[in-house]
Ligand binder design. Structure first.
Ligand code: ZN
Ligand code: ZN
Ligand code: ZN
Length: 347
């Protein structure tokens, strides 16, 4: 019987987390590119910007002053997308116009006092302080009865709509579980019922055996371009141990997380010789009152770049109307990410 050639033939791949399909067209990578391919190098910025509200000692929109912190600083977002005092009121007009009040808390975390750093350019020990601060924020917010889900995410680079280059992330916590974590939760639950094991533990085993899509790994974490990746250089960072949230990581695993984040972001930077833009974030156990043994802690990196520092992928046309589509396969993306060093910048 003929076998499908995943490197040559168009096919669709199932994402068991979202249970959506992604169309892969590997044959299209030979297509000539006529768009702009101008490359831009890394331009170091100033270590301190008097206009930046996240730099130590500067004034914020709220009128508060950012303290002269050294490593990590967390504060309430001055322009929050969610407010804690929003009433959870239901709106229903003829079953067609349906809405519900969504209370929440938006926090901002500066990773470093240095304005010009990125995770890729921070020392692993410094990233570990960020991991500790994420854990602390997650645990603090999980104690709040109003909050049932905590989403930690970083938008890196102007291409991702990030308005300030100061290294930072956001923490949006909500009273409802947002769409994607909720979809993943249902997948975890269904998989565990059907197989009596964890979806991501089994996936981790499979990728470790096949070694086709692994980018890098350490004692605590595995970084892969998932089989069902949508973005050209999308990666999934999986904890090797089945833990439901950051709070369950031991000291070694927390430093392993800092290490893998450093290594994956250095690889990204080296790939196109640029400070690589991305959206990244952690998916973990909801902070409602339930146990959630089905959850497997992981991080997603969604970078937009396709061919160079300036050529990005757009989700348009068929992707908006049909389903996501990619040309380069997950396997060749992983191979290209493996081919660049993760110990130092090459530019
Ligand atoms: Zn700054
Ligand atoms: Zn697991
Ligand atoms: Zn996820």
């Amino acid at each position: 019987m003929a076998k499908l050639d995943l490197q040559q033939q168009p096919h669709r791949r199932f994402n068991p987390l979202t249970r959506e399909w992604i169309l892969v067209s590997p044959h299209r990578t030979q297509r000539p590119w006529q768009g702009q391919t101008e490359a831009t190098g890394f331009t170091p910025e100033v270590q301190y910007d008097p206009q930046c509200y996240m730099c130590p000692g500067n004034l914020r929109a709220s009128g508060e002053r950012t303290p002269k912190y050294q490593h990590v600083f967390v504060f309430d977002n001055d322009y929050p997308a969610l407010l804690a005092d929003t009433p959870q009121l239901d709106f229903n007009h003829g079953e067609l116009l349906v809405a519900r009040g969504e209370p929440g808390i938006c926090r901002v975390m500066c990773f470093s006092a240095r304005h010009d750093l990125t995770i890729a350019r921070m020392e692993t020990q410094e990233i570990q302080l960020v991991v500790d601060a994420w854990t602390e924020e997650y645990q603090k917010l999980s104690g709040n009865p109003l909050i049932n889900y905590v989403q930690i995410f970083e938008n890196r680079g102007a291409m991702m709509g990030c308005s300030n280059p100061h290294p930072h992330c956001q923490i949006w916590s909500t009273s409802s579980i947002p769409t994607y974590p909720k979809l993943e939760q249902a997948s975890f639950q269904d998989y565990s019922q059907a197989h009596h094991s964890c979806l991501l533990c089994d996936y981790l085993k499979l990728e470790t055996d096949l070694k086709e899509r692994i980018v890098c790994e350490n004692d605590g974490f595995l970084a892969v371009v998932p089989f069902w990746a949508t973005w050209p250089f999308e990666t999934l960072i999986l904890s090797k141990r089945h833990v439901a949230d950051m709070g369950a990581l031991d000291a070694n695993e927390r430093s392993a997380l800092a290490d893998i984040l450093k290594r994956i972001t250095v690889r990204y930077d080296n790939l196109f010789q640029t400070s690589f833009p991305y959206s990244m974030g952690f998916h973990q156990r909801p902070t409602d009152s339930l146990e959630h043994p089905e959850w497997h802690f992981h991080a997603h990196f969604f970078p937009p770049l396709l061919r160079s520092a300036t050529v990005r992928k757009f989700m348009v046309g068929f992707e908006l109307l049909g389903m996501p589509q990619r040309d380069i396969t997950a396997e060749s993306s992983a191979e290209r990410l493996r081919a660049v060093p993760d110990s130092h910048h090459t530019f």
